[in-house]
Design a protein around this ligand. Structure first.
Ligand SMILES: Nc1ncnc2c1ncn2[C@@H]1O[C@H](COP(=O)(O)OP(=O)(O)O)[C@@H](O)[C@H]1O
Ligand SMILES: Cc1cn([C@H]2C[C@H](O)[C@@H](COP(=O)(O)OP(=O)(O)O)O2)c(=O)[nH]c1=O
Length: 213
């Protein structure tokens, strides 16, 4: 058996980070060292360094394709150092963002083109896709509102994009979910924190019975 690769996707402010923290706290006692939690861009020394370059608000001169290539480069290193070794050891990998983020943010948000960004990522990933993707769906206005009103950490370069950018991102995610219904499961991220966690955990448990025997 290969392990299980599960990605978490959604627009900024959808509540992924919040939900993931609780989900990890709930799953850790059950799965112990079978659980690996990681995030993109990042997860290792090289990818974290790339992350710092991409999200630095001072890098206003960054070209859109440069940005897309940097995300893909960080992804490649993350796959090689973290995801593939964990899957080879039959672990469950929970990954905060993966290729769908690039398709939605760089492909649609930055208007590079979703197909082009997907194709470019095929080189980076050598075709590795998650077994399951949980997509946190939320109207852009609500997501942005959450970020602006609640968040205390620094607002990054992508968070300050226009509402129209975030709307393109959401539309692209909805399109991805429509085209890949087997892989992508959509949850209503406007629900309460507790309900969102419940919905996500129900999907993970239902699809990964072998981990919860
Ligand atoms: N279900 C929810 N209902 C209301 N507010 C939420 C919910 N989930 C998260 N939040 C709040 O919204 C903000 C963004 O959440 P966060 O988890 O950082 O989103 P993401 O990681 O998807 O960008 C945080 O302040 C968080 O407390
Ligand atoms: C992985 C990835 C992330 N991003 C963006 C989405 C986020 O705005 C940002 C990651 O910042 P982060 O602070 O991790 O945001 P979040 O908590 O919402 O996941 O990078 C892309 O544009 N393309 C990508 O391929």
């Amino acid at each position: 058996m290969r392990g299980k690769f599960i990605s978490f996707e959604g627009p900024d402010g959808a509540g992924k980070t919040t939900a993931l923290n609780t989900i990890v706290a709930d799953l850790q006692p059950v799965l112990a060292d079978k659980l690996v939690v990681t995030r993109e861009p990042g997860g290792n020394r090289i990818s974290e360094a790339i992350r710092d370059i991409i999200l630095d608000r001072q890098n206003t001169e960054m070209d859109d394709r440069t940005e897309a290539l940097l995300y893909a480069a960080a992804r490649r290193q993350h796959i090689v150092e973290t995801i593939q070794p964990a899957l080879a050891q039959e672990k469950m990998v929970l990954c905060d963002r993966y290729v769908d983020s690039s398709v939605a943010y760089q492909g649609a948000g930055r208007k590079i083109g979703t197909q082009e960004v997907y194709q470019m990522n095929l080189f980076a990933t050598a075709g590795l896709l998650p077994d399951l993707t949980i997509y946190f769906d939320i109207p852009s206005e609500i997501g942005l509102q959450r970020i602006m009103t609640h968040r205390t950490d620094e607002i990054n370069r992508l968070d300050v994009e226009q509402l129209s950018f975030h709307k393109r991102v959401r539309s692209s995610y909805l399109e991805i979910a429509r085209k890949a219904p087997q892989r992508v499961k959509t949850i209503d991220a406007t629900k309460s924190r507790a309900q969102v966690v419940k919905d996500v955990e129900a999907i993970i448990v239902a699809q990964n019975g072998e981990f919860f025997k």
